[in-house]
Design a protein around this ligand. Structure first.
Ligand SMILES: Nc1ncnc2c1ncn2[C@@H]1O[C@H](COP(=O)(O)OP(=O)(O)O)[C@@H](O)[C@H]1O
Ligand SMILES: [Mg+2]
Length: 324
């Protein structure tokens, strides 16, 4: 790998800290509101997930950010530049894949990049080989794109983004159509792009992928952001789950229900499941163990389970549904 692609300009401390900043961004299609007053803040230098079910307005938001369609209301900045006012300056350092990347099928991967580089700044041509190498398809660069797998096309899409030496990459559902190995590769590629100091925003309906790949997330439903922030902070708002395997589930249950932890206890297949409210201290788990043992219960296994983002996501989206 050459240094050409890792030469992301250093951020000065006075620089705007957000890679993407939107305020009250709104986009309607007729009577339907696809992006609804979105205040999005994407910190620089992280992998950021825009997570929501199909139809939540992810692609529309990305299209608005890139100026592919206009906003009906609100303001936005990319890399500190107001868009659409300073769109050209902003987009010069933004690489994006919206929907499936499209290439000339009868041309090779390298030829496709040559065409794309010709349309960019002169330096782009000099980045082609490094970009092919960077995404791991240098050895297949002379094959026609029609021979490429979906995963290789996605890689070529990322290589095309890298021609502009982007500070910000925006990838719309980059895991779509990839097999499990392709997903692992894409995840590693995103992580390494972030390690180089770039910001990667990816949209996905795959909660698990966002949890594995991203540092921070915005959860979107029906065009609105429900929550956003570092994943670890959001998970602090999730319930704490404890599974217990013991000799006497019924005794254990009555011991647990007669306490002050505000625990919800269910017994299934002789295993006890305890759900504790968000913000419960971990000490409570040790306290539960003590309570059972002193109450004469033999504990074979006691396991803390952090609710996954997926479970939490379903909780918050369904709660939102109930409020409406
Ligand atoms: N060009 C369009 N014309 C009319 N409605 C659209 C258009 N694009 C998207 N929509 C609608 O906007 C909503 C959000 O769509 P989209 O941004 O594609 O969601 P996502 O990418 O999260 O699946 C959906 O209800 C969709 O039907
Ligand atoms: Mg979409």
């Amino acid at each position: 790998m050459t240094d050409v692609l890792s030469a992301v300009p250093r951020q000065s401390s006075s620089e705007n800290p957000w890679a993407v900043e939107t305020h009250e961004l709104t986009k309607r299609f007729g009577g339907r509101i696809a992006v609804d007053g979105v205040d999005l803040l994407v910190p620089r230098g992280c992998a950021f997930g825009y997570l929501g079910p199909n139809g939540a307005g992810k692609t529309t938001l990305i299209r608005v950010l890139l100026g592919l369609t206009h906003a009906d209301a609100g303001t936005m900045k990319l890399l500190g530049h107001e868009v659409p006012k300073h769109r050209d300056v902003a987009l010069a350092r933004v690489g994006a894949i919206v929907d499936e990347p499209r290439f000339h099928q009868h041309l090779t991967g390298r030829q496709n990049l040559q065409i794309l580089a010709a349309a960019r700044e002169p330096a782009a041509k000099g980045r082609i080989e490094a970009a092919l190498d960077r995404v791991g398809i240098l050895h297949r660069a002379n094959e026609k794109v029609s021979k490429y797998s979906m995963g290789m096309r996605q890689r070529l899409g990322v290589a095309a983004c890298l021609l502009g030496d982007p500070q910000l990459l925006i990838l719309d559902e980059p895991m779509n159509g990839l097999d499990p190995a392709g997903m692992v590769d894409m995840r590693e590629m995103i992580t390494s792009l972030v390690a180089e100091g770039r910001t990667v925003v990816l949209s996905s309906h795959l909660l698990d992928e966002i949890e594995r790949t991203c540092d921070a997330v915005a959860i979107v439903d029906q065009g609105r952001i429900i929550r956003q922030g570092p994943i670890t902070e959001l998970l602090a708002g999730a319930t704490l789950e404890v599974e217990i395997d013991c000799n006497s589930p019924d005794t254990a249950r009555s011991l647990l229900e007669g306490n002050s932890f505000d625990a919800q206890v269910t017994v299934a297949d002789d295993e006890i499941h305890v759900s504790l409210p968000a913000g419960t201290a971990r000490d409570v788990i040790a306290e539960i163990n003590r309570l059972l043992v002193t109450g004469g219960v033999s504990v074979y296994r006691l396991q803390e389970n952090h609710a996954s983002l997926e479970k939490w996501f379903l909780e918050v989206t369904s709660r939102l549904g109930e409020e409406q």
